[in-house]
Write a protein that binds this ligand. Structure first.
Ligand SMILES: Nc1ncnc2c1ncn2[C@@H]1O[C@H](COP(=O)(O)OP(=O)(O)OP(=O)(O)O)[C@@H](O)[C@H]1O
Ligand SMILES: [Mg+2]
Length: 367
């Protein structure tokens, strides 16, 4: 029985398709862990979803699961809102009882203080006011206990829906309308040809997806733009606008090391904002003190991405942001990119992610 853990990470479209075809012919069952929705839709007929701390089994592929979950979340959300309203009302009633009880208590004290006057004037039975007050007090305490109980029951009925916080990024559109222009560019490294005749324009708004097979030179191309690939050579033309603040999300981030505190200091970004973004991405607080090189790949990826979101930028070069990200994090990124539409050159193999965020798709021709 095969247990397959994230088989499509880093793989290009054709390789993903090959795995999907292979699994399609696999007659025995298997459990596959993946964040790639397109792939999951092709290779699954049941979904085991871990939601908060519970495991739910859904019949159908990922699309069916998403649909069912969305409907259930909507239903629960409405019910939670109603319960919240009722709980608030109970709290208000409790508050009223509290004030009432206080008033009664105050009357009792006044009663004691002026007992001699009252006795003289009204010939009231000694202790009658105190007795009535004590009775009312007991009544009000009982009522409050009953309300506390009701509140507890209603709180118990509320469903724990996974809350996905909204991300933000520090993007400001540059005054140049064109940030990067590439014409007929051929790329080589160490004398080896990678791709040829690349043409693209990145404006000061909008996501351009740059696609190509594994090893076609996408990452090398981004590094070349950033002067990080000294052995890369090119023919053709490329032009980057002057004075751009570029935020680079590398595909591999082994160069990131040390504590988050030092990391923020070295990269001149706000430590608080970095932690804030990490919290929103579901990064466990317990790992804030772990040196980056000792974090899991997924955690390192979140650090790299949180950094990119914090630094003020007018151009983003993102190399496989969806890799290692679960569907919730991917949705956070998708929502963000759809809303902000930053100037971005995006490299990604996840078809669903590209479809959602790309304004234009460019394919590399292999040399
Ligand atoms: N510094 C280097 N020296 C020599 N060859 C390199 C160097 N960096 C990359 N290469 C080679 O260049 C080719 C392209 O690598 P690159 O990482 O740019 O591909 P990619 O398109 O990003 O692939 P993937 O989709 O797998 O990330 C590979 O064959 C790689 O071995
Ligand atoms: Mg790459």
């Amino acid at each position: 029985f095969a247990l397959i853990d994230e088989p499509t990470n880093h793989l290009d479209e054709d390789s993903r398709q090959e795995i999907s075809n292979y699994l399609g012919k696999h007659e025995k069952g298997y459990i596959v862990v993946s964040h790639d929705r397109d792939f999951l839709n092709q290779v699954t007929d049941h979904i085991l979803a871990i939601e908060n701390t519970e495991i739910h089994l859904y019949q159908g592929n990922f699309a069916t699961y998403e649909d069912t979950k969305q409907k259930r979340d909507e239903f629960n959300h409405e019910r939670n809102q109603k319960l919240k309203g009722e709980i608030n009302e109970l709290h208000q009633q409790k508050e009223q009882f509290y004030h009432w009880a206080q008033k009664v208590e105050a009357r009792k004290n006044i009663g004691r203080k002026y007992q001699h006057v009252l006795n003289r004037r009204t010939r009231l039975n000694k202790g009658a006011i105190g007795h009535a007050a004590a009775k009312m007090m007991k009544k009000s305490i009982n009522a409050r206990d009953r309300m506390d109980h009701k509140i507890q029951v209603k709180q118990g009925l509320m469903t724990n829906i996974e809350d996905i916080p909204e991300l933000s990024m520090n993007f400001k559109a540059n005054y140049h309308s064109t940030l990067l222009e590439i014409q007929h560019l051929d790329l080589q490294i160490d004398g080896k040809s990678l791709f040829k005749d690349l043409n693209l324009v990145v404006k000061n708004h909008g996501v351009i997806s740059l696609e190509g097979r594994n090893g076609s030179g996408k990452s090398t191309f981004l590094k070349m733009l950033l002067d990080k690939a000294p052995t890369a050579k090119y023919q053709g033309k490329y032009e980057l606008a002057d004075g751009l603040s570029i935020s680079y999300l590398p595909q591999d981030f082994t160069e990131y090391k040390g504590t988050l505190h030092n990391f923020a200091y070295e990269h001149k970004i706000s430590y608080e904002e970095l932690l804030n973004n990490l919290k929103k991405l579901g990064f466990p607080r317990a790992s804030f003190a772990t040196p980056i090189e000792e974090m899991s790949m997924g955690q390192q990826k979140r650090v790299a991405l949180a950094k990119s979101l914090v630094e003020p930028s007018d151009l983003y070069l993102w190399d496989e942001p969806a890799n290692y990200f679960d569907v919730f994090n991917q949705d956070q990124l998708i929502e963000l990119l759809k809303k902000v539409k930053p100037a971005m050159l995006l490299i990604e193999h996840d078809e669903y992610f590209i479809e959602q965020v790309a304004d234009q798709r460019v394919r590399l021709d292999i040399a």
